[in-house]
Write a protein that binds this ligand. Structure first.
Ligand code: URP
Ligand code: ZN
Ligand code: ZN
Length: 476
């Protein structure tokens, strides 16, 4: 914890919440928002020693909530992501994200409770800058593991994550998914699904390699949108059968969006996110360029067409997308990403936790949605689905004073030379975006100021999440 929770007034900014924009001071006492209005140190309820932070001309946003990051994670058995919880959360707060929800997975034979305890110990030892919670990953859970699910909400974990992709690694079959959904429904947990048909993709990959197609663009060509849409449909049907709430991660295509709309219309309790990279990059990034360049953009599902991009922006504004996440999962380009060999060797995943809020704000500037909607998809909705609202994702009396001061008069160049991630590259390299995050407060303490994270402010804490109770679309 911070040694002395700060009392401060963030003065004169345009305070943005999902309900709209209002010019107001924000009074912070003991790490929480104590008032909105007009405040002077020494007057009324304001402590005389309250520091004044000038926010005139800037927006004051609730700290971003990133519902999908992979920090200090191991893939393919032994390959670790470039960022741990130190560098990854430095990147998060530098980009205006003060809360992340990452992933915990039990080793073979380990109980879910023990896995969570180990995960918490490991993460705390890395002294994160942002607050953090966990989703529990399940692969082929046995009956004993499913029984253990009911104990997770008491430990602060109210969601599980399952993959319909990556056969032989993380993939669950339909029986495992349905049984896990049934157990999750009994404990009122949210089920996150990576929706791609792993078996179909395996066949397409085998065919492509047999035909001599080894270049990175075949990563995308062997994962066509219908393999995503089918998995969305299948997960939706199983969610309805079990009565669980379903959350589709990293939606990338209009075909998948159509399945989500169909499922929602049929009464499925389905929520969905897209990720920043699908809004910026398209399939051409993998085409006709050296492997080393193409590898920077390899993720699953793959980046799609420009038409899909347009649809995703629209779906963030008016549905069915509810959340913008990063799916931050970087591997060192000169190392773990594995550029050599055929396309199947390239590790899937991109950095983006530091750029997510910038891209969300660019969506406002480019007219895709309002500032209030940006706050909804990047902060309030993920906080609600995480069971953290209104403590997180809101600026209201009693909320944690996680505040982002964003100056819309400035712009930023996204670059690996200035980012805080340990990744040795940035797919967004050189991209100019509107706005600049000037200062970020976590529970009232400045954790990022003027381009630098504050080294003595590494007080990120484990978030004991509740069962989500706030409907999306309603504010405090
Ligand atoms: O390509 C991706 N998305 N990598 C991260 C792991 C996952 O599937 O979310
Ligand atoms: Zn995934
Ligand atoms: Zn992911």
């Amino acid at each position: 914890m911070f040694s002395r929770p700060r009392r401060c007034i963030v003065r004169g900014g345009e305070v943005v919440t999902a309900a709209g924009v209002v010019r107001s001071d924000v009074l912070v006492v003991d790490g929480v928002v104590a008032g909105l209005g007009s405040f002077e140190p020494g007057h009324d309820e304001v402590p005389a020693d309250a520091e004044v932070i000038d926010a005139h001309g800037s927006y004051v946003l609730p700290g971003g909530v990133d519902f999908h990051t992979h920090l200090d994670s191991v893939f393919r058995g032994s390959i670790r992501t470039a960022d741990d919880f130190a560098s990854g959360t430095a990147a998060a707060v530098a980009g205006g994200t003060t809360t992340i929800v990452d992933f915990c997975r039990a080793e073979a034979g380990q109980s879910l409770a023990d896995a969570l305890a180990d995960w918490r110990e490991r993460v705390a030892a890395q002294r994160p800058w942002a607050d953090y919670g966990a989703h529990m990953v399940l692969v082929q859970p046995d009956a004993e593991t499913l029984e253990q699910l009911s104990g997770l909400p008491d430990l602060g974990v109210t969601s599980v994550k399952m993959y319909l992709a990556y056969p032989g690694q993380m993939m669950s079959d339909d029986e495992a998914l349905l049984r896990a959904m049934q157990s999750a429904a009994e404990s009122d947990m949210l089920v996150l699904v990576h929706a791609e048909n792993g078996h179909a993709i395996k066949v397409l990959v085998g065919d492509a390699l047999a035909a001599g197609h080894t270049e990175p663009d075949w990563h995308g060509k062997t994962r066509p949108p219908m393999t995503e849409a089918e998995a969305v449909m299948r997960a939706s049907v199983l969610a309805r059968l079990s009565g669980t709430r379903l959350y589709i991660v990293h939606v990338s295509s209009s075909e998948a969006l159509a399945e989500i709309e169909r499922a929602r219309a049929a009464g499925t309790q389905i929520f969905a996110e897209t990720c920043s990279h699908y809004l910026v990059f398209d399939e051409s990034m993998l085409e006709g360029v050296p492997r080393e360049i193409a590898a920077r953009f390899v993720c699953s599902p793959p980046t799609r067409s420009l038409e899909d991009q347009t649809e995703l922006w629209g779906a963030l504004d008016s549905g069915p997308l509810d959340v913008l996440s990063s799916d931050h999962c970087p591997f060192a380009l000169h190392g773990e990403k594995i550029v050599e060999g055929d396309f199947t060797h390239i590790l899937n995943g991109l950095p983006g936790v530091e750029q997510r809020m910038a891209i969300a704000y660019q969506g406002v500037v480019d007219g895709h949605y309002t500032l209030a909607r940006m706050v909804e998809i990047a902060s309030s909705n993920p906080a609600k689905l995480a069971g953290l609202y209104p403590r997180k994702g809101e600026i209201a009396v009693g909320s944690d004073a996680d505040l982002v001061i964003l100056d819309p008069r400035q712009s930023s160049i996204l670059s690996a030379s200035t980012h805080h991630s340990a990744a040795d590259y940035l797919p967004y390299e050189g991209m100019e975006v509107s706005g600049r995050v000037r200062q970020v407060l976590l529970r009232g303490e400045t954790v990022f100021f003027d381009g630098a994270v504050l080294q003595n402010q590494r007080a990120g804490a484990y978030l004991h999440r509740s069962t989500p109770s706030h409907p999306l679309g309603e504010t405090k």
